[in-house]
Design a protein around this ligand. Structure first.
Ligand code: GDP
Length: 320
């Protein structure tokens, strides 16, 4: 079984690629909940929803969040009434948050609610929240201490990030906890998500980093930086603000001591020399189509499944 760690957009795309080639019992996708918040009285889990909608094949490709072909009557009415409209919720998407909120208030755990919503979309693969308890990420910036969505959506990542504060002492969800010890886990794949905003919150949960390392299975990450730029979102801006080189070598430095391997895009072949101490796989990592997702997933799977039999040096896979 493959344990995939994912945030929203980049994570969801590779998760969908893995789901396209692995049967449900051979994949578990653990998703960041550090972006979750309560808004308009609703429990909103942006990354879980992006992964769910992407696996269900209904994600909005233009926005990178929400459902394709949405209507916005609810949001327009909220704005008309003078309500908060900076965080946009489409009409169909709204149903997800209403139903999740109802079930959580009835006492169901987020894990159970997430599973039920995934099943309702016909998804057979496991989508597991990293935690059932809140684990909000706080952004310390030149505009002060900001709640995550205040930084990310309301201020559109404009403030200069000084430091990220991850929730301390939060336990992984029971389902994630059980997965960490599951003898069937053969590798951990860190999707090309934002390392600071999407992956670190997962690794910062109590015991997670050390317990995953102790498993002794290959842990590999796919770089979200391609050609010195983030494919989408603020990863490159945050790296620059934190004084980290904006490159796949910078990503390798961030994950040093935790990952055994890094997957880089062909465009970053020049970074390979600067990456020491981990194996590297060079392939096409830009996922524009379903075919791209499945091909990258297959390349990474082949790599980790032959971990002990192939040489420890850099490997290059011919680009499709
Ligand atoms: P968020 O929670 O919605 O911000 O999503 P993630 O953290 O999962 O993904 C954001 C990261 O994914 C960004 O740093 C992007 O550069 C990266 N990303 C998005 N699409 C791709 C892609 O097709 N290939 C690669 N290599 N990275 C991608």
């Amino acid at each position: 079984m493959i344990l995939a760690l994912a945030g929203g957009v980049g994570g969801a795309k590779l998760a969908a690629g893995l789901a396209a080639i692995l049967p449900p019992e051979e994949l578990a996708i653990v998703v960041n909940t550090g972006d979750d918040f309560e808004h308009l009285g609703l429990n909103i889990c942006p990354d879980i929803d992006t992964v769910t909608y992407t696996l269900a094949g209904i994600a909005n490709p233009e926005l990178g969040w929400g459902i394709a072909g949405e209507s916005w009557a609810f949001m327009e009415q909220v704005a008309k009434l003078g309500g908060e409209s900076w965080f946009r919720l489409g009409d169909r998407d709204l149903a997800t948050h209403v139903e999740r909120t109802r079930r959580l208030r009835d006492g169901e755990r987020l894990t159970v609610v997430t599973e039920a919503l995934a099943r309702a979309h016909g998804i057979a693969h496991r989508i597991v929240p990293m935690a059932d308890d809140p684990a909000p990420t706080i952004v310390h910036s030149d505009e002060g201490r900001l709640a995550f969505q205040d930084y990310f959506v309301r201020r559109q990542c404009r403030p200069r990030v000084e430091r990220l504060e991850l929730a301390p002492n939060v336990r992984p969800s029971a389902a994630f906890d059980a997965l960490i010890d599951d003898p069937a886990i053969e590798a951990v794949i860190i999707c090309p998500s934002n390392p600071w905003l999407s992956i670190d919150p997962i690794l910062a949960l109590s015991g997670v980093r050390d317990r995953l390392r102790a498993r002794g299975v290959p842990i590999v990450a796919i770089s979200p930086i391609v050609g010195g730029k983030a494919v989408k979102g603020p990863a490159a801006k945050i790296m620059a603000e934190l004084g980290i080189p904006v490159s796949s070598a910078g990503i390798a430095a961030h994950y040093r001591g935790f990952v055994d391997g890094l997957v880089l895009d062909m465009a970053d072949a020049g970074d390979m020399e600067a990456i020491a101490g981990v194996r590297t796989l060079l392939t096409g990592t830009i996922m524009k189509s379903a075919g791209d997702r499945a091909r990258l997933a297959a390349d990474v799977l082949t790599w980790v499944r032959q971990w002990d039999s192939h040489p420890a040096g850099p490997i290059s896979v011919a680009k499709a």
